[in-house]
Design a protein around this ligand. Sequence first.
Ligand code: GDP
Ligand code: GDP
Length: 438
Amino acid sequence: MSKPIVSIVGRPNVGKSTLFNKLAGRRVSIVEDTPGVTRDRIYAESEWVGKKFTIIDTGGIEPENNDIILTQMRRQAQIAIEMSDVIVFMVDGKQGLTDTDNEVAVMLRRSKKPIVLVVNKIDKNVEENNIYEFYNLGIGDPVSISSSQGLGIGDMLDEVVERFKTSEEDEEEEEYIKVAFVGKPNVGKSSLTNRILGEERVIVSDIPGTTRDAIDSFLETEFGKLILIDTAGLRRKSRIKEEIERYSAVRTMAAIERCDVCTLILDATEPISEQDERIIGYAHENNKAILVIVNKWDLIEKDDKTMDNFKKNLEIKFSFMAYAPFLFISAKTGQRVHKVLSEIKKCYDNYNKRIATGVLNDVISNAVLMKEPPVVAFKRLKIFYVTQTDVKPPTFIFFVNNPELLHFSYRRYLENKLRQSFDFEGTGIKLIFKERKN
Ligand code: GDP
Ligand code: GDP
């Protein structure tokens, strides 16, 4: 599974930032090399008992002077619910239980997200008695900590880590094709999601597990079972969508790590941005199947060459992943939306494709007959045997006399031959060269 996201929610001044800073031992600026626009330092990477996770400080959305605490708290909690896998709900053990705490607890309970209730500012043993009133929140056993003194934090992290998804739940998802719709704000991700969910032949099923992310969509379609991974409040037409987008970089990364097919959505009326290239680059580096969708095609003045020109431009921009197919659609009019799921399925099947060893070796022997490897330092590469060792993506091991004799142009030639012989559209393929004596 991808790295879980943990957020810290609570009233102003309960000690959220203090805890965040304690947990963010190695504060990695994931923002620079992250797909996303935000420059705020609101994320940090953390690790406990070998489990890595990302923490979000939703305290960042509290305005400096705020006399409408409750309204802000609701937004903060909503964002945490939409963004995170586990929520740390922090209350103040010195101040005691407040009405705002109660209000937030109701929201969090309703979300069914895993929650750890943390009573902060328990700096001394005698203050332990302060925690009992917080049972009234109905969130279970409170964990007492002192963020400033660094007390109880290990016990708290045990509780957090315990609530991460188990590997069985991950396995249960194996039968689904996991799809992430990613892209900049306003390109039409929600519109497309809602269109697909509204299609007659798509059945939106209930969430099988209880601890599972409540905002992913589970679908049964003629192309199999799919999960649409929620990247930033996809299904919701909510007021806070804009605010959620601010946090969407980390969600986008997590979605890409978890998905099988990464579907990049572009707006036909806008130039391709650096952010688009970064998002898709991240998917490529993580060996995902990739589909590129150009949306808002209804807004483009077209003649018979328009689509070809668009394609050429995209091919140049995305030359490092020439395998990704393009689809031109309009989520608004519905044009070609019916093709989205079949394209996703095609990419997924190719991503999972296995080639029989015999056929594979025939193709490679023929390729070598047609064009011998070039001579490097008076020696020539010799390929003894090829076998596919893995899928997602398809991975081939070439046993050769000496891998150092492989010229990059010849590697490209072999990859092209494989792609000409078998359909790998939508997926990268890996070629690994290993030495074998004779
Ligand atoms: P936030 O607004 O929730 O992010 O709260 P801060 O982390 O900014 O902390 C608010 C105040 O509470 C600061 O003055 C902190 O020094 C103090 N504080 C934080 N944690 C503790 C704690 O464990 N014990 C005590 N006594 N004070 C704390
Ligand atoms: P998201 O932020 O990527 O989820 O984008 P939305 O789905 O919220 O769409 C942003 C805006 O673009 C909304 O006003 C949509 O109505 C509009 N929109 C989405 N898809 C299309 C399309 O295919 N054509 C046109 N003309 N507008 C679209």
